[in-house]
Write a protein that binds this ligand. Structure first.
Ligand code: SF4
Length: 333
């Protein structure tokens, strides 16, 4: 069954990307996230292609996102002890924020700090690796109609122009009817088209490439502006920390009706009360049918503190970790 909600479709596309990336160029190590981008443009699905050895080195910094302030400290931390104002480039904002970031970074064990002559010094624990190779944006539209096609064409033109992504795709569902060729012709030629068929759930062969994308990366002798590079790294870091299964952070796995259902090789949220895959918006504390899991569920036979809801979150977190482990394992084989 294909979930009717676009949200459900998005999760299936994310799982497909995790299983099958790259769709027409053979396997590439990649992590997948969703709903990320900039103030101007939010991408549905984001694929970060990584260098496996550098990715393993990135994992040594922990499983959480390193945000932009921390990145400034971690990327520039010197090998030898130095006063933070000598060691770090001027950030373009007051030094007191950098000082706070130094404390935060040390608190997360990302760098070392000490005080000498009333000055805060820092040094790195390990170099921050160049782990991001390419960034790919996928726009998901299960039912491509005229107005959606127009909107998408504009968005994809924006992607092509800003050059923030290395590749842009449209994913659309082909179950039953074929994709309407006239609508597809209106997409920018640079954007790839992924024709999905999730009627039997997700597997690595549940999609076909209907149009090959162009490489949007700068030519060899050109470079991206350093602001763009920094923004790309911030997006990649958010993707790393968030993954695509973090829907449990905003939905209500602690509701007694909340379940995870298999759609082929994907696990997607299902509401037993509504007998469907709920959207993130409707599955919230304001849902009229929300019913907290009874306290006794948390004690009877549930080894995990917090009951079944917490158990589902753990299942999702473990799957995310397994996907990360696989990339690092590829490297050590
Ligand atoms: S009843 Fe509402 S809160 Fe509970 S799982 Fe269904 S949609 Fe989510």
């Amino acid at each position: 069954m294909t979930p009717d909600a676009e949200f459900g479709y998005e999760l299936l596309v994310c799982r497909y990307a995790e299983l099958a990336w790259h769709p027409n160029e053979g396997p590439r190590p990649a992590i997948v996230s969703r709903q990320l981008g900039t103030a101007e443009r939010r991408w549905d699905t984001v694929v970060i292609e990584v260098d496996p050895a550098a990715f393993a080195a990135r994992r040594a910094f922990g499983e959480r996102t390193i945000d932009s302030d921390l990145l400034h400290v971690v990327r520039n931390a010197p090998a030898e002890w130095a006063w933070y104002r000598d060691a770090l480039p001027h950030p373009g904002y007051p030094w007191r924020y950098v000082r706070q970031a130094v404390h935060r970074a040390a608190g997360r064990d990302l760098i070392e700090k000490r005080r000498r002559n009333n000055r805060i010094q820092l040094r790195r624990k390990r170099p921050y690796p160049e782990w991001v190779q390419r960034i790919v944006a996928i726009e998901n539209k299960p039912d491509l109609d005229r107005s959606a096609a127009d909107r998408l064409a504009d968005q994809l033109v924006h992607d092509v122009e800003t050059g923030l992504a290395d590749e842009a795709w449209l994913a659309t569902e082909t179950t039953g009817d074929r994709v309407e060729p006239a609508l597809l012709r209106e997409m920018p030629v640079e954007a790839g088209i992924l024709a999905t068929d999730f009627a039997d759930g997700v597997d690595a062969d549940a999609a076909e490439v209907a149009w090959h994308p162009s490489d949007l990366a700068p030519a060899e002798h050109e470079r991206r502006a350093s602001d763009t590079e920094t923004l790309r790294l911030e997006i990649a870091e958010r993707a790393y920390g968030k993954g695509w299964r973090s829907f449990h952070d905003t939905m209500r796995p602690d509701c007694r009706h909340f379940e995870l259902r298999g759609e082929g090789r994907a696990l997607v949220p299902h509401c037993a009360a509504k007998a469907k895959s709920p959207t993130a918006r409707e599955c919230s504390g304001s849902c009229p049918e929300f019913s907290p899991e009874p306290p006794q569920w948390r004690t009877k036979g549930w080894p995990i503190e917090g009951g079944p809801g917490k158990g589902l979150e753990l299942v999702l977190d473990r799957r995310r970790d397994r996907a990360r482990d696989r990339i690092a394992d590829d490297e050590s084989e």
